[in-house]
Write a protein that binds this ligand. Structure first.
Ligand SMILES: *[C@@H]1O[C@H](CO)[C@@H](O)[C@H](O)[C@H]1NC(C)=O
Ligand SMILES: *[C@@H]1O[C@H](CO)[C@@H](O)[C@H](O)[C@H]1NC(C)=O
Length: 368
């Protein structure tokens, strides 16, 4: 060893290692970010899977910096991208990306997969998707990999200090309970009982996330499910938001907030933060002009009434200016709408964020 370190030939290698270690340490100082959930937050995992739930062809990504599809269900950035941007963090990579290795692991990872729900039987029509239980297994696997890089103590600290975002629930209604008339779940449960069952299963998922080390978790509710262009096209005669889906969101969201508050009481800390994405959407859905949108009913990309039928494909109608549409495709908000949502996550008052907003979290966590 002594000869190795005194040998001048070894010095360049030694300093490269030192440099690498220092830059790793500075990356570890930045807060890591972990993302779980469905297509609202998937940033490309489904590109690596055999599934029909994918956003890997144009015009998806038309306003992304590369102007290419990436697997994000957006014309440009999605909610986690904008959270990373606003907090000065590097964007996370999809967990299945081959680029996610070495130092880039320290930025965090995105485990989300379009089509999934709280329940395992949600999204079965999409075949191979990463159900939430497997997303959590991947999170464990991730931690083992980071252990090998920076040791278990530092890994624990990285995970405990990280910001986490989870978005689930919409698909349990749209792609399960209401997918077809007389679906198995709708024959098994009345809507209020189904919502209760979802909440009790979601509680287990979140408890597991806590057990895996998550300590600051933003949990979004469902948006106004009945107001998206797909539902206006399928279920609404007059352009009013579809009643049954609004009832579902109306039952689910308050019970979610209550469950999160109970979990926090049980844990004795404000681990879970409810983001009321329903209210955030309703602001621009009920008054699109006030937010600079020409419509909140018609999707930018799609076909049929409200551009709400089928998928957004290279053959679909495409609006020239995505910034004036609240919805990019029949189900997903445009980048501009996502920016409005993230702004509320950051600075919204108690109507939008409980028990506090992300700016408050950042201020609290930087003091400890
Ligand atoms: C979903 O599947 C996973 C893995 O197969 C299993 O551990 C879990 O209990 C299932 N969840 C429900 C609610 O059945
Ligand atoms: C949210 O963030 C802003 C800072 O941008 C702060 O002034 C406000 O009090 C916060 N609201 C709540 C309810 O935490």
């Amino acid at each position: 060893m002594a000869t190795l370190f005194s040998s001048t030939a070894a010095w360049p290698i030694f300093s490269i290692i030192l440099l690498a270690l220092t830059s790793m340490a500075s990356q570890a100082d930045a807060r890591a970010f972990f993302v779980f959930g469905d297509s609202l937050v998937d940033n490309g995992n489904n590109n690596y899977l055999i599934t029909s739930a994918r956003a890997d062809s144009p015009p998806y990504g038309i306003d992304y910096p590369s102007h290419r599809p990436t697997g994000r269900f957006s014309n440009g950035l999605n909610i986690p991208d904008i959270i990373s941007e606003q907090m000065g963090m590097e964007p996370t990579l999809p967990y299945l990306s081959p680029l996610l290795r070495g130092e880039s692991l320290l930025v965090g990872a995105n485990f989300a997969s379009a089509g999934v729900g709280i329940l395992n039987d949600t999204g079965i029509q999409f075949l191979n998707i990463i159900r939430i239980g497997v997303q959590l297994e991947y999170f464990e696997q991730y931690q083992t990999r980071v252990d090998g890089l920076i040791g278990s103590e530092q890994t624990q600290a990285l995970v405990n200090q990280a910001l986490v975002l989870i978005t689930l629930g919409g698909n349990d209604f749209v792609n399960n309970y209401y997918l077809v008339p007389f679906s198995a779940r709708s024959r098994q449960f009345s809507l209020p009982d189904f919502v209760q069952y979802l909440i009790s299963e979601y509680r287990k998922v979140l408890r597991k996330l806590y057990d895996l080390g998550a300590r600051r978790v933003l949990v979004t509710g469902t948006g106004p499910l009945g107001c998206v262009p797909a539902e206006l096209a399928q279920r609404s005669r007059t352009g009013e938001c579809a009643v049954e889906l609004m009832r579902a969101a109306g039952l689910f969201n308050p019970q979610l907030t209550e469950m999160l508050s109970n979990l926090n009481n049980e844990i004795g800390a404000d681990v879970f933060i409810a983001a009321n994405t329903y209210e955030m959407h309703m602001d621009f859905v009920s008054n699109p002009q006030a937010y600079g949108f020409i419509t909140s009913k018609i999707a930018c990309c799609g076909q049929g009434p409200y551009n709400g039928i089928g998928l957004c494909t290279p053959l679909s109608n495409l609006c020239p200016n995505r910034d004036v549409y609240a919805f990019w495709d029949p189900f997903h908000p445009s980048e501009r709408a996502n920016r409005i949502i993230v702004q509320q996550i950051l600075t919204g008052d108690n109507k939008y964020m409980s028990p506090m907003n992300l700016s408050t979290i950042v201020a609290l966590d930087s003091r400890t």
